[in-house]
Design a protein around this ligand. Structure first.
Ligand code: NAP
Length: 258
């Protein structure tokens, strides 16, 4: 299927690795020029090279998307994107009693206010131009809160609520805003968490992985390629009637029918 977005411009945040890179790759394969960011220059440069080989224009911006300065740099590199993929690292795990207000402020800053700021800076231009696709990468935890990730549960649900009305307001201008809610995907982040869990229980990472996979109806982790493909479809001309939705991609992990 031709997604109909060849020649469009996308900002993909936090895209040197993992889910963000999966999105940037899928969009580049559709002929979309991508502006990608991450804090680490080396991995970002390597990813930019990989994406450039696909044959699109790739603009890497070393930037922390959770800072105003970082977002300014990103928007200076691509002031009028047709597509915005919001993403950043997740807040640290822990227990509610150990989190002070500063921990909450950091989580809200990174996983709620940063995407809101980028949406505000780009959505009205998209509406004026009559095309726009915004995808917020959140987490399956907004439907099914994860015990150790209370900061993430809260901040990401805040973002989801914050854009629900805007998604409807923008729809008449062919601009959509949707959330993607990943379950466990095979990325550095997931591997890092597995290593910590394995060390805490003095077992191998394979034991942890096998237990986690056994709890997923699909019996495996998701891949960044399949994640990117779903996001690219939501950014396509075919998805203009899908807005304000929050789509779980979790191998069936969420048990409810709705
Ligand atoms: P990952 O493999 O660790 O990749 C994270 C990417 O984001 C890297 O390119 C990293 O590069 C960049 N990044 C992190 N913080 C950034 C910042 N402040 N500014 C700019 N770039 C930043 O992680 P992932 O698994 O793809 O996860 C991406 C997001 O999805 C996270 O918020 C995570 O919590 C969420 N999520 C992941 C899963 C999963 O199973 N993988 C499930 C649910 C939710 P630098 O470090 O160089 O900046």
């Amino acid at each position: 299927m031709d997604l109909g977005i060849k020649g469009r411009k996308a900002i993909v945040c936090a895209a040197s690795k993992g889910l963000g890179k999966g999105c940037a790759t899928a969009l580049a394969r559709e002929g979309v020029d991508v502006t990608i960011c991450a804090r680490g220059a080396d991995a970002l440069g390597a990813t930019a090279k990989e994406l450039g080989a696909i044959g699109v224009k790739v603009t890497p911006v070393v930037a922390d998307v959770t800072t105003e300065e970082g977002r300014k740099a990103l928007l200076a590199a691509c002031p009028d994107p047709d597509i915005l993929i919001n993403n950043a690292g997740g807040p640290p795990p822990g227990d509610f009693k150990d989190f002070g207000l500063d921990d909450w402020r950091r989580a809200v800053e990174g996983n709620m206010l940063a995407p809101i700021a980028l949406i505000r800076a780009t959505v009205y231009g998209m509406m004026d131009r009559g095309f726009g696709r915004i995808v917020n990468i959140t987490s399956a935890s907004i439907k099914n809160p994860i015990a150790s990730l209370e900061l993430s549960n809260g901040a990401r649900l805040g973002l989801t609520g914050a854009v629900a009305v805007l998604a409807r307001k923008a729809a008449k201008s062919n601009v959509t805003i949707n959330g993607i809610l990943p379950g466990p995907f095979d990325t550095d982040r997931l591997r890092g968490t597995a290593q910590k869990m394995a060390a805490a229980r003095n077992v191998s990472v394979t034991v942890i992985d096998d237990e986690r996979k056994a709890a997923i109806p699909a019996k495996r982790f998701g891949t960044t390629e399949e994640f990117g493909a779903v996001v690219a479809f939501l950014c396509s001309v075919h998805a203009g009637y899908i807005t304000g939705q929050n789509l779980l991609i979790d191998g069936g992990g969420y048990p409810g029918p709705l």
